[in-house]
Design a protein around this ligand. Structure first.
Ligand code: NI
Ligand code: MN
Length: 225
């Protein structure tokens, strides 16, 4: 499994020959200007919630690639009404996709579309694929529900928001890592705008002091599991 950070909360995940995009927000992110939205590949687009900083590039990419949009029922219906392909889910539900098993799990956040219309309830994803298991938290507060995840899935990586203000900050993400019983963390949802700027060295040190590894990838950089 290969995971590429595309800036903010955007990820590209390769599992076998399947390419998954998560929360594509690239054309609106000046820090990601070296990522070409017009050539990004996708077989699936996973959306955690409907906020602008998670869905901005969905329509353009889905139209070009014919990727299947996977999210909550309300978000998928919104895109199906525009003629795009979708697979609706809701919290607690699993589905076996060609890349592996996907579960849509709880997140504590909000989920309106940019025009204010209802975007269902926000979520995160647990992916079990190619003998590697990852948790993509989405935008969320620290929540006790995270403790349910390791009861069913032994994680190899947890992708957690760390920017604070709109989501967990570093201290809560550290507790979230304990809750999901995973010592290998990829931080995301930081530095994109002023509200969520963080001190990288301080963040990494706090994880290190708790015997955990916080990875902060450059935009465009990848890690392999
Ligand atoms: Ni959000
Ligand atoms: Mn966000």
């Amino acid at each position: 499994m290969k995971i590429t950070f595309l800036g903010h909360a955007s990820l590209q995940i390769s599992i076998g020959d399947i390419t998954i995009l998560v929360d594509p927000f690239i054309s609106g992110n000046p820090k990601a200007s070296h990522i070409n939205v017009d050539t990004l590949e996708a077989d699936y687009i996973l959306l955690t919630h409907a906020h602008q900083d998670h869905i901005l590039d969905v329509e353009a990419i889905a139209k070009r690639t014919e990727a299947v949009i996977v999210s909550n029922y309300e978000i998928v219906t919104h895109y199906q009404n525009k003629g795009l392909e979708g697979h609706p889910m809701n919290h607690g539900g699993n589905w076996d996709f060609e890349f592996g098993k996907l579960k849509y799990v709880n997140a504590i956040h909000t989920s309106s579309f940019p025009d204010g219309s209802y975007g269902g309830q926000p979520g995160g994803f647990v992916i079990e694929g190619e003998h590697k298991n990852i948790y993509i938290a989405g935008d969320t507060a620290l929540t006790y529900d995270m403790k349910l995840i390791p009861l069913q899935t032994k994680l190899d990586l947890a992708i957690l928001p760390i920017g604070d203000n709109f989501t967990m900050g570093i201290d809560d993400a550290l507790m979230a890592a304990d809750f999901v019983e995973c010592d290998k963390i990829l931080g995301y949802h930081f530095d994109t705008f002023g509200y969520i700027e963080i001190d990288h060295e301080n963040a990494k040190r706090k994880f290190f002091e708790n015997d955990k590894d916080l990875m902060l990838l450059e935009i465009g950089e990848s890690l392999e599991l």
